[in-house]
Design a protein around this ligand. Structure first.
Ligand SMILES: Cc1cc2nc3c(=O)[nH]c(=O)nc-3n(C[C@H](O)[C@H](O)[C@H](O)COP(=O)(O)OP(=O)(O)OC[C@H]3O[C@@H](n4cnc5c(N)ncnc54)[C@H](O)[C@@H]3O)c2cc1C
Length: 378
């Protein structure tokens, strides 16, 4: 077997690994992407696809990074769609949250002022406002929002699986994609990579571990000191039997205390999510643990009340010690890098993390500054 040699091998084809592969290919690097299952078979293969910003009050480096990422995303997605022929169902649909407390109403008004200052994109500014609880018809039950609705127009949604499929098509043109390749070890002298399957003979100059929650275990096995774990989550898709006009794709995402309702294409509504610290199986769904979430979602969103379950899904979110994404070099000779997604916000920022990392590797510098807490902590 002839050994294949790469500039970069990325371990893990989730949303983060695929964007890294995309930018590395765009730079003309020789890229290998190894994935133990199929692309998107980890936490990125889910159903929600909510792209929600932090609120602008107390703007800081982290909030600014995420704002810039959300503003630039539609153009990047548009280019990937054009080149691959995939429709990823991106839509800037906005978000609403019911207001029940005077304190939340006051904060919303402050956020509205802060948005006027801080949410200025290059071509568009974004707003936060307090709207009447009936502004979206029966999309949200007005009894849930006695003091009105927090509304903003920066949030967006995407179909996670369609975006993964589009990026897979994009990178498969120039990168070598190894699905069914379980990374096992890396010899940092020779650059040789071992796989559990033993079927492949590859080596690389740089290794980027982007294996979601499993990144921590992999990097520890390479003798690196990095800590984090995985939090399981379940989400579901519901089909609305008689779609009312304008529903569901044009409606804003509903968020209320950890319960999300995300309008998706084809009269489907995505509902999430549970947060389960104790879990044994990554992919086993447990409907009884999802009951409280769907009950709450149906109280909030009347169109869900007559809907039927189309799919229940579970996945594991990576969670670093700082609960942020972790991106950067992990050893003095700059051969091993980490790039894991954030706990809940990865789909809105993965492309920007990826571009910062590839700029750094390929050119030694990037115009994108990663927030301090995203750097690997010793
Ligand atoms: C229920 C739920 C709802 C969510 N909702 C949202 C949302 O609405 N918006 C949002 O932005 N985020 C959301 N998230 C979070 C988001 O899905 C994750 O943060 C994101 O998918 C992490 O991406 P990743 O690329 O870092 O990891 P992953 O997608 O997990 O990718 C890692 C990949 O590495 C592979 N891998 C692991 N070990 C190896 C190995 N040894 N060899 C080769 N390959 C390996 C895995 O198979 C996997 O495909 C949600 C997560 C869950 C669970």
């Amino acid at each position: 077997m002839t050994r294949e040699v790469f500039d970069i091998v990325i371990v893990g084809a989730g949303i983060v690994g695929l964007w890294i592969a995309k930018f590395a290919c765009d730079r003309g690097l020789k890229v290998g992407l190894v994935e133990k299952g199929r692309c998107g078979s980890g936490g990125s293969g889910g159903l929600l696809g909510a792209l929600l910003p932090h609120t602008p009050l107390g703007m800081n480096a982290k909030k600014r990074f995420q704002f810039d990422a959300l503003v630039e995303l539609p153009e990047l997605i548009g280019a990937v769609e054009e080149q691959t022929g995939h429709n990823v169902h991106y839509r800037r649909c906005g978000r609403i949250m019911p207001i029940r407390l005077q304190s939340f109403l006051d904060t919303t008004r402050k956020n509205s002022e802060a948005a006027r200052r801080e949410w200025q994109g290059p071509d568009q500014s974004f707003e936060i406002d307090v709207l009447d609880s009936q502004s979206f018809g029966d999309w949200i039950d007005p009894r849930e929002a006695p003091l009105g609705l927090f509304w903003e127009n920066l949030s967006a949604k995407v179909s996670p699986r369609d975006l993964i499929a589009a990026l897979r098509t994009y990178v498969a043109r120039d990168a070598r994609l190894f699905e069914g390749f379980t990374f096992q070890d890396f010899d940092s002298q020779t650059g040789n990579i071992g796989s559990r399957e033993g079927r492949f003979d590859i080596s690389t100059d740089k290794l980027i571990v982007s294996a979601g929650f499993q990144s921590f275990e992999i990097l520890q096995s390479l003798g690196l000191d990095i800590r984090g774990d995985g939090i399981k989550g379940q989400a579901a898709l519901y089909k609305i039997p008689n779609p009312i006009s304008k529903l569901p794709e044009d409606c804003p995402i509903i968020l209320d205390d950890g319960t999300y309702v995300v309008p998706q294409a084809n009269s489907l509504l995505a509902v999430g999510s549970t947060s389960e610290r104790q879990w044994t199986s990554e992919h086993a769904t447990e409907p009884e643990k999802f009951e409280a979430t769907i009950k709450r979602a149906r109280e909030l969103c009347p169109p869900l009340r007559n809907s039927e379950l189309a799919e229940l899904w579970s996945g594991i979110r990576p969670r670093s010690q700082a609960k942020d994404p972790v991106v950067g070099s992990l050893c003095p000779n700059n051969r091993i890098y980490v790039a894991t997604g954030g706990y809940k916000i990865s789909f809105g920022i993965a492309h920007r993390l990826a571009r910062a990392l590839i700029d750094e590797i390929a050119a030694g510098t990037s115009e994108i500054e990663l927030p301090e807490t995203y750097h690997p902590q010793p």
